[in-house]
Ligand binder design. Structure first.
Ligand SMILES: Nc1ncnc2c1ncn2[C@@H]1O[C@H](COP(=O)(O)OP(=O)(O)OP(=O)(O)O)[C@@H](O)[C@H]1O
Ligand SMILES: [Mg+2]
Length: 354
């Protein structure tokens, strides 16, 4: 069969990058396909893909399309989300502080930490918002146990949902699983802007932003645009963690956002394969971390089945079991975050690090 743009598109629709729920065509990442004398050029919007995933995807594309008879070369050009993402989002009226919860890898418990931290801050009496900026894998509605659609209120604003004393917003509230949504890179930053500007947050002492995992350009774009007062980096106690922390800290330093500290989640991790107990920060590791990156280890949260159960049930552990040992760890975490924010003024806290 003679190669054609249609055939190429069909083949591209079979490529699904790790962590993305749709193929690259359905996700709206393929902006253009051109075929000229056996030379193929594909314009790809990078969307929120972390660099390694993007690299792997480009390789997949080259391999798949290069295999067609009659194709002599495959060129993949990347358009940055930032190109159309636009300018900075200024201060949000009524919102005193915005903090980011970030991680360099997916699945480290970032959303769990964000949800429990938000609830723990609310338990201290703060007016708290939680913004799920993870547009491809929103999990906050499940964790907060509330998935009703947000209402449109006066001035074309959208009211956040509320659960456990926390106002929150998530893409998961606007989509159901069958929504045929075509996402493009620029839209990702656009959605965050809307979540910040067009949601009627009201008066908030602190807005916790659950960032998409990773420290690539997509995340950098987000943290550049949002007026952050501080960041919390979540990691797991595996051997790559220190490198992870380094990347996370470096990203926030680039945009002059103080890193309030690191949360080690799933502490006391026992490797299923080798049975070895991994304890990177456990014994004196906190000091090593502080020394190396000048950021404190704020909390070490163990693996506890009740944490997962709480998340699945929509009742964060700190709400469901406030007297739990881990809820106390979260309360101390919230106190440290509140103190760090208090030490700052307005939306630009002094640099707590460095
Ligand atoms: N300390 C913990 N003990 C037990 N289970 C945990 C713990 N922290 C998180 N989990 C569970 O691990 C899973 C992943 O957590 P979570 O969704 O918070 O990670 P994430 O970093 O936000 O992931 P993603 O990259 O997909 O956004 C969830 O099922 C959660 O309930
Ligand atoms: Mg998450």
């Amino acid at each position: 069969m003679k190669v054609s743009v249609e055939l190429i598109r069909e083949r591209l629709a079979e490529i699904r990058p790790a962590g993305l729920r749709r193929d690259i065509v359905a996700a709206g990442m393929v902006r253009d396909v051109a075929l000229d004398n056996g030379k193929v050029r594909i314009d790809l919007l990078r969307g929120p893909l972390p660099q390694p995933v993007l690299d792997a995807t480009i390789q997949d594309i080259k391999r798949a399309i290069g295999a067609f008879d009659g194709v002599s070369a495959v060129d993949v050009a990347i358009a940055e989300a930032a190109a159309a993402g636009g300018q900075d989002i200024g201060p949000i009226p009524g919102v005193a502080k915005i903090i980011a919860v970030s991680s360099t890898k997916g699945g480290v418990g970032k959303s769990t930490v964000a949800a429990n931290l938000a609830c723990a801050l609310a338990q201290r009496g703060a007016r708290v918002g939680l913004l799920d900026a993870d547009i491809y894998g929103p999990s906050v509605p499940t964790m907060m146990g509330e998935s009703g659609r947000p209402e449109v209120v006066e001035g074309n604003k959208v009211a956040p949902r509320q659960a456990h004393g926390v106002r929150f917003m998530s893409m998961g509230l606007l989509l159901d699983d069958t929504s045929p949504v075509i996402w493009r890179g620029p839209l990702v930053t656009g959605v965050l802007r809307q979540f910040l500007k067009d949601v009627q947050w009201g008066e908030l002492d602190v807005l916790v932003v659950d960032l998409p995992p990773g420290t690539g350009d997509a995340q950098l774009t987000l943290v550049q645009q949002v007026p952050l007062s501080g960041a919390v980096v979540v990691t797991t106690p595996q051997d790559v963690s220190l490198i992870d922390v380094e990347r996370g800290v470096a990203m926030f330093r680039q945009v002059n956002t103080p890193v309030i500290g690191v949360v080690e989640n799933m502490s006391g991790f026992v490797c299923g394969a080798c049975g070895q107990h991994d304890d990177v920060f456990g014994s004196g590791g906190g000091e090593a971390l502080a020394e190396r990156f000048e950021v404190p280890l704020l909390a070490a949260i163990p693996i506890v089945e009740d944490i997962r159960r709480g998340g699945d049930a929509g009742v964060p552990l700190v709400v469901g079991q406030p007297d739990h040992e881990v809820s106390r760890i979260y309360a101390r975490l919230a106190a440290q975050v509140a103190d760090a924010l208090e030490a700052g003024t307005g939306q630009s806290a002094p640099r707590i690090i460095g």
